[in-house]
Design a protein around this ligand. Structure first.
Ligand code: GTP
Ligand code: MG
Length: 454
């Protein structure tokens, strides 16, 4: 591992807390010289090199003769540290300048600045965690709702890794049997044996399918659901955004064409992160700015998971009040007849739609239910916590394809060599999920998404 990744030997340093003022900030060092660097910058009763592992010691951080700060330092000796290497944590005062100076003196004394995600990357390279766990660290930091947090925690504990291991074991078993058949060419695959292999392969395929089925949940938990509020001018779109957010985020007025740009805010709907997009109302207009806004509205529809089509229910049904000619909702669309506090126009008498009011909040609970129902979020139970990300999905799709080829070879009684080649491809693809990844580009793309100091 170290031969492939010579940089691992270098000692890295970074400020691990967010920039800004705080009571405390944390500067971390990791690598073979981490403790030696600590010996140079830290001055207390004893040198860090004689500290017991994980003990906290008070002292001064100095740059030459100059005292920079009073700090608490702890040494975490390899392999019992986050990175698996010697790791030093310096808790200093949380001023922007103070922390920068502490980091600088570490850099002057032999460390180099860490890249984004490099501490976690080292934890992965040193076998402290698999790639799914490293990714879970990032999911955990970014989680915006309890459900997302719980899913990240489960992944960090290795639930996904365990599911992947089970699939790998199944594939390795199959491969062993098929290779045995290749090694003894006189003994053709007996029909019964072929049948058994097919069944075992089907079981593995089912497990891969189960994981792939969680991709949508995974995307929702990590990125949120894109819900676009859409409709004619003055229907009450911005009012609805404000009601769902719980504060007056956008300007509401009786002047048509108030909203000119798309406005995005995230809400937490019973654990599901929802990215709500308020858009410019649709109407024919000569105003160039407004037209540019309407073009943005159209574009946002292309990427919407769900469209909340707001209609003024107190006005007649016409292209001017609906925002378009058709009054047939499309599949991703929920019709909302707004302004139910006013008398409903007779045109809507037989229309099946949710009635809401952004003035009295009438119908808004029902709307929340309807949104969750429409995005099929019933699958997002707290206990169904494994939810794969886009990278896992790519790997598993490759595995799924290779398994399908294997199944075809087996059922057509082709030479077992073919089946073995495809099974090996499947095995490699599944292994890539947990990251026996030999491809540095993949590792770089995973860890570059982290913050510096993690
Ligand atoms: N009575 C009543 N008035 C409402 C309701 N919702 C919105 N309004 C009023 O309708 C007008 C338009 O509301 P907005 O939220 O600005 O409408 P919009 O769809 O964002 O309009 P544009 O940004 O111009 O496209 C305002 O005067 C609101 O106070 C409602 O439920 N009942
Ligand atoms: Mg508006």
């Amino acid at each position: 591992m170290t031969a492939e990744h010579p940089l691992v030997a270098e000692t890295i340093a970074a400020i691990s807390t967010p920039p800004g003022e705080g009571a405390i900030a944390l500067v971390r060092l990791s690598g073979a010289d981490a403790i030696a660097v600590a010996d140079r910058v830290f001055h207390g009763k004893q040198k860090p090199s004689v500290f017991g592992s994980h003990e906290q010691h008070l002292g001064e951080i100095r740059d030459g003769d100059r005292i920079i700060d009073q700090a608490v330092l702890s040494v975490h000796r390899a392999p019992h540290s986050y990175t698996g290497e010697d790791l030093v944590e310096i808790s200093c005062h949380g001023g922007v300048l103070v922390t920068a100076r502490v980091l600088e003196s570490c850099l002057r004394c032999g460390a180099r600045a860490a890249r984004a995600g490099e501490f976690t990357e080292r934890a992965f390279l040193n076998g402290k965690m698999d790639l799914t766990q490293a990714e879970a660290v990032m999911d955990l930091i970014r989680a915006q709702t309890d459900l997302a947090l719980r899913s990240a925690t489960e992944q960090l504990e290795g639930r996904l890794g365990a599911a992947i291991s089970a699939i790998r074991d199944g594939l390795v078993d199959l491969l062993a049997q098929i290779e045995a058949a290749i090694d003894f060419p006189d003994e053709d695959l007996a029909p019964a044996q072929g049948e058994e292999l097919r069944q075992r392969l089907a079981a593995v395929q089912a497990k891969i399918g189960d994981l792939l089925a969680t991709a949508r949940e995974g995307r929702i938990l990590r990125e949120g659901v894109r819900v676009v509020i859409y409709g004619a001018t003055n229907a009450g779109k911005s009012s609805l955004l404000n009601r769902l957010l719980g504060y007056e985020r956008t300007i509401v007025s009786e002047i048509p064409g108030t909203t000119r740009d798309t406005i995005e805010e995230v809400i937490n709907l019973r654990g599901v992160p929802i990215r709500l997009l308020d858009t410019a109302g649709l109407r024919d207009t000569a105003d160039e700015l407004e037209r540019a806004g309407i073009a943005r509205t159209e574009r946002s529809l292309e990427r919407a998971d769900l469209i909340l089509h707001v209609i003024d229910g107190s006005a007649p049904c016409s292209p001017a009040t609906v925002g378009r000619d058709s009054v047939e909702p499309e599949t991703r669309e929920l019709f909302l007849l707004n302004k139910s506090d006013l008398a409903e126009h007779a045109d809507w008498r037989d229309t099946v739609a949710l009635r809401i009011s952004c003035v009295t909040d009438d119908g808004l609970n029902g709307l929340e239910e309807a949104i969750l129902g429409r995005i099929g979020i019933q699958h997002l139970r707290p206990e169904s916590s494994v939810a794969i990300n886009a990278r896992h999905r790519d790997c598993l799709l490759r595995a799924e394809e290779a398994c399908a080829r294997t199944a075809a070879t087996l059922s057509e009684n082709y030479s077992p060599e073919y089946a073995a080649v495809d099974l090996r491809t499947a095995l490699e693809a599944v292994t890539d999920v947990v990251g026996a990844v030999s491809d540095d580009a993949i590792l770089d793309s995973v860890f570059a998404q982290f913050c510096i100091g993690k």
